[in-house]
Design a protein around this ligand. Sequence first.
Ligand code: IVH
Length: 686
Amino acid sequence: MTEPTSKPTAATQITLLSEQLEALNRAYHLDDDPLVTDAEYDRLFRELETLEAAHPELLTALSPTQRVGATPRDGFQKVRHALPMLSLSNAFADDEVVDFDRRLSDLIGLEANEQGGCEAIEYLAEPKLDGLAISLRYEQGELVSAATRGDGTTGENVTANIRTIRVIPLKLLGDDWPELLEVRGEVFMARAAFAGLNVRQQAQGEKLFANPRNAAAGSLRQLDPQVTANRPLTLFCYGWGEHSGQLADHHRQVLEQLGSWGLPICPLIKVVSGVAGCHDYYQQMVEQRPDLAYEIDGVVFKVNRRSWQAEVGQVARAPRWAIARKFPAEEALTRLLAIDVQVGRTGAITPVARLEPVQVGGVVVTNATLHNEDEIRRKKLRIGGRVIVRRAGDVIPQVVGMAPDSFTDDPGTLNSVDDFQMPKLCPECDAVIVREQGEAAYRCSGGLSCPAQRKQAIWHFASRTAMDIDGLGEKLVDQLVDAGLLASVADIYRLEHGQLAGLDRMADKSAANLIAAIDNSCQTTLGRFIFALGIRHVGEATGVAIADNFGSMAGLLAADLATLEQIADVGPVVALSLREFLDEPHNRQVVDELLQLGIQWPVIEPKQQAEQTLAGKTFVITGTFSRPRPEIKADLVRLGARVTGSVSKKTDWVAVGDSPGSKADKAAELGLAVINEAQLDQLIEG
Ligand code: IVH
């Protein structure tokens, strides 16, 4: 019989496990350095839960298992801050920082030096985080309460929610902390976490958050801590409130002390000297801002020496010893003048907001993307109304939504966007606009003739796996289209040596080579030609499968949807895409022109619908074979097989040609059936 676990052992185990789990929390959430796998973390967590269940008398609120508690019954209680939570004065230009520094020098009474200037004040420079301020109260090193800033004097008690944020220690590390310590900092959500949250929100049909700050605020003000626990919040501490005992003499040192007690401190803080130091730091942050993992809306400069902070004190509700140098606003209000549509390189049609010009983040914005029709409806956009425009980092400006006051604007000038209708015809080429089943996006069906898609279509047509026109790369396509020499893929075959030789950076020899390459490309295969047309969803293998099935372009042009769906590798989506493309008269005209201009292929006998001898089998093809891989793939697909790109346990056969890659090794590792080209041919021939 085994001895029951004795109490001291269980108590020690619980303490050790709790400390280990909290250290893992810090490593994961603060240092981005997971020390163990998620599974190992979960195992330790369950071990602790089991021990606590067996010894309920040893369970404390400080345990990592107790971060998520019950819903407070009466909403959030009001909390009066022992010391007010101050705000910051703002500076929007360099001059204002100069004035701030001068004011401080006067107040502190710094003597002018021999050069007539003053001794430089040392500042602690910090990023201004874009989240919400929080005050954490620790007594005897234990987190006892947490409150939002509220109006600065009274906030809300959000302790249950704050406890779910894993970077926040429930118990301070070490033993040299003051008995009473209020820590202040900013709760925020990193950009990636925000994006992930919105994806989940959308999948669950929940409302999307406009920006990480709203997401952080919304997440912290949840009545159910379970909800907050699932929101990826984090925190950096930048200050303190009421405390017992003495803290260090310099702001920077106090933050270091807080860090040593396990509180998260922003790694970008830096001590700088005088206005020049502030200016350099601001510039560095402007540059780093787009690459930071979280949003910041400026930088904060704080007098580093605490005796000077005390000396200058505060005015109204902001300290005199600190200032926020704000970045140019990333959001602005303006009027939505109209909603047009724009055609992308691949034919995707996106609605665009035409805006009254407005400065956002330092540039004038006149257009913003609206992504799709659903978004216009979801945001209840109204032409003529005032909208919030946002430009974050170097991304394309976006319309966040209607300004809160816009519905009270003169309603007579507003049109409901129910008026906005996706046009039926492409604004660039008049081809029919189509929408795929279940997709939010619309696209222009005039792939071969649409000016917006021209460059992409020509470049794809000429590419190696399509018509293989050597030398006709992306740059040259751009140049030829811009020079007005190519309006469609058919024009490639109308190019003359003289026209090319007149172009910039085009030597006589290169022009001759290109003309020869174009002539060569006329001899092709039907499969390549179909692929080259750039029909959506029609890849190389599908092109070959279609060619094999019909044997001629005429057969394909005459086929109805049901016939198309019969082809191996062609499902309803591909069939519809083919039909839409071929039904568009502009496309057919270009196809006719291409055939008249001399493109031809060896006649092939249309294959009968093959017996599905490989139905349900999965193949991976790796290495070089005596015939092109798309051809092999098409043969396999015709017989009902699936051809995938990566080897897994589900793979039935791995066909290995010359110089195979790591896929062959992986197949051997998994003990899969590996076959050579001859064996593969045997399988195909049945
Ligand atoms: S110090 C004693 N430092 O900005 C001054 N605030 O506009 C108290 N904020 O309510 C604030 N990053 O929510 C300070 N590094 C930082 C900050 C910061 C963001 C927020 C904070 C404050 C608001 C004032």
